[in-house]
Ligand binder design. Structure first.
Ligand SMILES: [Zn+2]
Length: 207
């Protein structure tokens, strides 16, 4: 690897920070940093503060674990959402994808990932216990499993399904067989919207 000579240690430090982001190489990082140097001091301070405040002040909804500015997120506190339907997703991006379809009026539960023994992620590392507790409270009538169609996603689906067996909740899964990629965020809105509407009972999804 060649060592670039930087005329300034501050420049080098900034390039180093930018290139630590996913998908950003040293060249792109340098281009971004030089771009910021051409912006006004006010604009760059606003840029920096947005990142600092995001990290320091962000919180997660106590109920669904979605990203939120308040203890209870906008969706959980909305009176117009259907509180009997819960959609289980891996991450916050999935909530955003499903919301974009405008086909879903229920609430969410963000697991924070999927069970993956290879990566050392077990059920206790995810928001699964809180999901079961939420369902046990009795208001939820249907749990929609909307995890990725990977082996880890399938394992997690089955684990949750078994954990919910003692409740009377209906467990469904978003329709397979449609052109959904490995991750929900890759699915186009129409396809994703349709697969939510055409969800099937989880036990039937094995056939
Ligand atoms: Zn919430």
């Amino acid at each position: 690897m060649s060592h670039t000579q930087y005329p300034s240690a501050l420049l080098e430090k900034a390039v180093h920070e930018f290139s630590s982001l996913p998908g950003i190489g040293r060249k792109t990082a340098l281009r971004l940093v030089l771009h910021l140097l051409r912006r006004s001091e006010e604009e760059v301070c606003s840029f920096g503060n947005a990142i600092i405040r995001l990290r320091q002040e962000v919180c997660y909804c106590q109920c669904c674990h979605n990203i939120s500015d308040t203890e209870l997120c906008r969706l959980c506190s909305s009176p117009s959402r259907d509180r009997q339907t819960l959609c289980v997703v891996e991450n916050i991006k999935d909530v955003m994808s499903i919301e974009n379809t405008q086909q879903y009026r229920g609430l969410y539960h963000v697991l924070g990932g999927v069970i993956s023994p290879m990566d050392g992620v077990g059920p206790k590392d995810l928001e699964i216990d809180s999901l079961i507790k939420r369902v046990e409270e009795g208001e939820v009538k249907e749990v929609i499993l909307a995890l990725s169609t990977t082996m880890e996603g399938d394992t997690t689906n089955f684990y949750i399904f078994r954990k919910l067996a003692h409740t009377s909740v209906k467990v469904t899964t978003i329709a397979r067989g449609v052109a959904i990629g490995d991750e929900l965020e890759y699915a186009d809105e129409v396809t994703l919207g349709r697969s939510i509407l055409n969800r099937v009972e989880f036990t039937n999804s094995f056939k």
